[in-house]
Design a binder for this molecule. Structure first.
Ligand code: AHR
Length: 496
């Protein structure tokens, strides 16, 4: 059996995780909004049409911010279509996904939903067909107290108090040629800068996110990022990163996706620091990894010009959940610079929650790693020394053990998230001497006989975490078995 060791020192601190690291995303795409979170005829719907069965599951994930309304949809969206009396709202062609948008749900409905769900809004302004002026009007509508055309319209539409949306994305994936009114880095950089100035003149308490590379596979990566940060350094706070992985036929390569994601972030930290030096600046540009997940992009099934069709409804396997967990841990391991991260997306569209129209809602396999990371990933991220057996993958030398360690100082709990991507069980020695005496509180394990097993409405718990009886006694050094192809949450209580 292979052996690995992690040595954890309580003073080897990286950074506190920002609660916004546990955020998600809802786009006007397929059934994310319509029959996802909003379905007035559903038996569980409240008086506003929000599905309460779905809302309950979202609350189990303890999601912080929800990015809205896109995504590619954003670049053709006129937010003014989604306000006012519902019967007067126009039905429009959505060119991003070739669907019909009914506009029965807009910013006012999303604000009410966010209040009900206990989430916060990460807004977004259209940099495709939209202008800097229209972006400013949206921020005025949402955040300005009153006494102006757009703020008074919000009040007339039922929201007396400002929505106070603190976080705004300036466009979406503007480097992609698939984007409506895609721009090159110079044109986008200039437009984003002027938009940022307008937004901050209206509300200087907000933070802004500028588009970075849509993926590392873009030919313009990382030049796009350098240029955009150079244009906008003085006005913006975060660079947006997106990355999706899919199984291209080799399970081990797929499981090693965390290595690539780690390099993506490390490269752009270097690029951001280069721009800071060039500008003789004082502030760091941090990162908003506002789309991340497993996504089988090759398996899309276009339905032209339908309203709320089944689009991007990936059904996730145990293997997908392991890859997803590895990505989430990489985000935690960059908590010093990645301050925001959005699981893309939240319901039906490449999502942890899946619904039937008029029927049930269930948890997909990726629900669980997000739930546990969100529950136990809040705290001080430590930098352990990891000694792991290695293997070769498409990303070069890859450790078979991927680890994140978070110390909850308030509750004196240490959590080690451990992903074993090997096809054999692994013995893990955990050295915790610097904490004094500890006991093991919990060992949660996500694994299974069949890597391709999925949850379905008929078998919704086919893939779910199991509890392993934790080692008994008080110790400062322990040995744990990590089953083959497993994701583990190991929790230790520091004893007085
Ligand atoms: O999340 C699905 C799509 O992926 C988003 O609309 C887009 O931003 C990205 O390419």
């Amino acid at each position: 059996m292979k052996k690995a060791t992690i040595h954890i020192e309580k003073d080897f601190k990286l950074a506190q995780t920002d609660s916004r690291l546990f955020s998600s995303f809802l786009e006007h795409l397929g059934r994310a909004i319509y029959t996802g979170i909003y379905e007035p005829d559903h038996p569980s719907a409240d008086e506003n049409g929000y599905r309460m069965d779905v809302l309950k599951l979202i609350q189990e994930l303890n999601v912080d911010y929800v990015r809205y309304p896109g995504g590619n949809f954003l670049s053709g969206y006129d937010w003014k279509d989604g306000i006012g009396a519902k019967e007067d709202r126009p039905r429009r062609l959505d060119l991003a996904w070739k669907t019909i948008e009914s506009n029965q749900f807009g910013i006012d409905e999303f604000y009410d939903w966010s209040q009900k769900s206990g989430t916060k809004i990460m807004g977004a302004v259209n940099m495709g067909t939209g202008t800097p002026k229209e972006a400013g009007q949206l921020v005025e509508y949402c955040n300005f107290p009153g006494g102006t055309y757009w703020s008074d319209l919000r009040i007339k539409n039922g929201h007396k108090d400002p929505m106070d949306i603190k976080l705004w994305c300036i466009g979406n994936e503007m480097d992609g040629d698939w984007q409506i009114c895609h721009l090159d880095a110079d044109d986008y950089g200039k437009k984003a800068l002027e938009t940022a100035k307008i937004i901050k003149w209206i509300d200087d308490s907000v933070e802004l996110v500028v588009c970075g590379s849509a993926t590392t596979l873009q030919k313009t990566y990382p030049e796009w990022d350098r240029k955009v940060m150079e244009y906008t350094y003085d006005q913006v706070d975060y660079l947006s990163l997106h990355r999706y992985y899919e199984n291209e036929g080799n399970d081990l390569d797929f499981m090693a996706s965390f290595v690539d994601m780690d390099r993506f972030i490390t490269t752009l930290v270097g690029t951001a620091d280069y721009v800071k030096a060039l500008k003789r600046g004082k502030k760091d540009i941090n990162f908003s990894f506002d789309e991340w997940n497993v996504w089988y992009q090759q398996k899309q099934n276009p339905h032209d010009w339908e309203e709320a069709p089944k689009l991007l409804e990936d059904q996730y396997s145990l293997l997908d959940a392991l890859v997803f967990a590895g990505m989430g841990m990489t985000l935690v391991n960059h908590a010093d610079r990645v301050k925001i991260a959005c699981l893309a997306q939240l319901v039906n569209v490449i999502a942890p929650i899946f619904t039937e129209k008029g029927g049930r809602a269930m948890k997909q396999t990726i629900f669980y790693p997000f739930q546990y990371l969100s529950k136990y990933g809040r705290g001080m991220v430590l930098k352990p020394v990891v000694i792991s057996p290695k293997t070769e993958t498409r990303y070069g030398e890859t450790p078979l053990l991927h680890t994140s360690v978070v110390y909850d100082e308030e509750n004196q709990m240490v959590t080690a998230f451990c992903l074993n991507i090997d096809e054999e069980d692994m013995t893990l020695t955990i050295q915790l001497q610097s904490f004094g005496k500890l006991s093991m509180a919990e060992h949660v394990c996500l694994d299974g006989k069949d890597l391709y097993a999925k949850n379905t409405f008929d078998d919704p718990d086919c893939v779910a975490p199991r509890q392993i009886i934790p080692e008994k006694g008080i110790f400062n050094n322990c040995e744990v078995l990590l089953p083959k192809h497993s994701w583990n949450v190991l929790r230790f209580k520091v004893e007085k």
